[in-house]
Design a binder for this molecule. Structure first.
Ligand code: T4K
Length: 375
């Protein structure tokens, strides 16, 4: 019988980082006075400049969300046919391919970082392959150098889904510098957010104009519409929230780093529970804290623990269950071999992580998790 009492308030997987409301009012007043609400106004311009510096990238374009940004990246790079990607990701990654009439070809993942297995990619290349879309899962960078070599050798474009990677660096280089384009999500659940929003970063200056056209109906000027673009603009209120949240990111990352080490300390000797190792030469952002529960060593399987935590008012998440290959509209190829992804998808559990959490709350979450061993 467990004697630990449930939390008397819900502990969510995350909570948004919220700027001071007075500062938000001040920004709103500025916007109201300008009477400029969207279509690349002053807030938008200011945020683009700040993010270029923060993310240490050459070029950057803002969008109303990360998913549309991804779709427009695919269009800007003119990807067609097949794109090799991972089955272990949020629906947005592969849905952006389906929505662009591209068939995702699923490559297995690696057990050490849950990212696409770079060594499996070349076997999946066909005459129809136009690109690779790897995901830096949970903010852990893929092996970008290896991917670059594969892409170059096979003349393929690379779009990184860097939705979880705000502020992540590899060898002191902003993660958004790798590949042809990287997509960052600025959704409310991310360490940096604009409520909804996203950005693409890239090194090719020519993409800037194409992306501007694609996100603004293809309008070149008052007399010319030169391509069938859509509306994917970030508005001024979103950009203003971004400018304010950006000042909070450093502290949020610091707090999450401390909280992560409390989790690791409390869970380090528990047989059957593993967490991902810190990668060498990577500046992490501590966006998520995933653990892997191995049923053969731990008392229970991941789903049991997930439900058990709920009884204590703790809302962990099974990101990314189900695998993309299991969606009812998924076009899984008959020879799709993804044993690691099939194994991991039943083991991963993301535990609550956000700066406001207290040491005692994390210790209690761990104690409840460990208490399953005594059932
Ligand atoms: N690629 C990858 C790899 C991604 O993970 C994502 C998004 C994308 C692409 C697409 O980027 P965006 O188009 O979204 O910019 C959430 C987010 O909505 C989603 O952005 C994110 N990945 C995904 C991993 O997490 P859900 O379905 O888990 O959201 P939801 O509503 O269940 O929220 C999770 C928890 O967060 C809630 O239980 C409580 C807390 N929460 C949430 C919201 C919205 C709050 O406290 N306040 C809030 O306003 O997808």
């Amino acid at each position: 019988m467990n004697t630990i009492k449930p939390f008397d308030y819900p502990i969510h997987i995350t909570r948004p980082v919220l700027p001071d409301l007075n500062k938000v009012f001040k920004k709103l007043r500025e916007i109201w006075e300008s009477k400029w609400l969207t279509n690349m106004g002053d807030q938008h311009k200011a945020l683009e400049l700040k993010l270029l510096q923060y993310l240490k990238t050459k070029y950057l374009s803002l969008f109303c969300n990360g998913t549309l940004a991804l779709e427009l990246a695919i269009e800007a790079l003119k990807l067609t046919g097949e794109v090799i990607t991972t089955p272990f990701t949020f629906p947005a990654t592969v849905n952006s391919l389906y929505r662009s009439n591209i068939t995702p070809i699923f490559c297995d993942i690696k057990l050490n970082d849950l990212n696409i297995d770079e060594d499996g990619i070349e076997d999946l290349i066909s005459p129809k392959t136009s690109g690779i879309m790897p995901v830096h899962v949970f903010g852990n960078p893929c092996e970008v150098e290896k991917l670059e070599r594969i892409a170059k050798k096979n003349n393929l474009k690379v779009i990184y889904d860097a939705a979880h990677c705000f502020g992540v660096e590899y060898k002191d280089i902003g993660i958004g510098n790798f590949g042809d384009i990287s997509m960052f999500s600025f959704h409310a659940t991310k360490i940096f957010h604009t409520i909804e929003g996203g950005a693409l970063t890239y090194n090719n200056s020519e993409l800037k104009e194409d992306l501007n056209l694609l996100k603004n109906f293809g309008i070149k000027n008052e007399n010319e519409v030169i391509l069938p673009g859509t509306n994917a603009k970030m508005n001024e209120l979103q950009a203003a929230i971004g400018l304010l949240s950006l000042t909070l990111v450093k502290k949020e990352i610091e707090m999450r780093k401390n909280l992560t080490s409390i989790y690791q300390e409390n869970l380090k000797d528990i047989e059957g529970i593993k967490y991902l190792d810190k990668k060498k030469e990577v500046k992490h952002n501590y966006q998520y804290f995933p653990i892997l529960i191995d049923e053969s060593k731990f008392n229970f399987n991941r789903d049991y623990v997930y439900e058990y935590l709920k009884k204590f008012n703790i809302f962990s998440r099974r990101y990314f269950y189900p695998l993309c290959t299991e969606y009812r509209f998924s076009k899984k190829k008959a020879n799709c071999r993804i044993p690691n992804a099939n194994k991991i998808v039943n083991q991963v559990l993301c535990l609550p992580l956000y700066g406001e959490l207290k040491r005692e709350e994390i210790e209690k979450i761990c104690a409840i998790l460990i208490s399953t061993l005594k059932i």
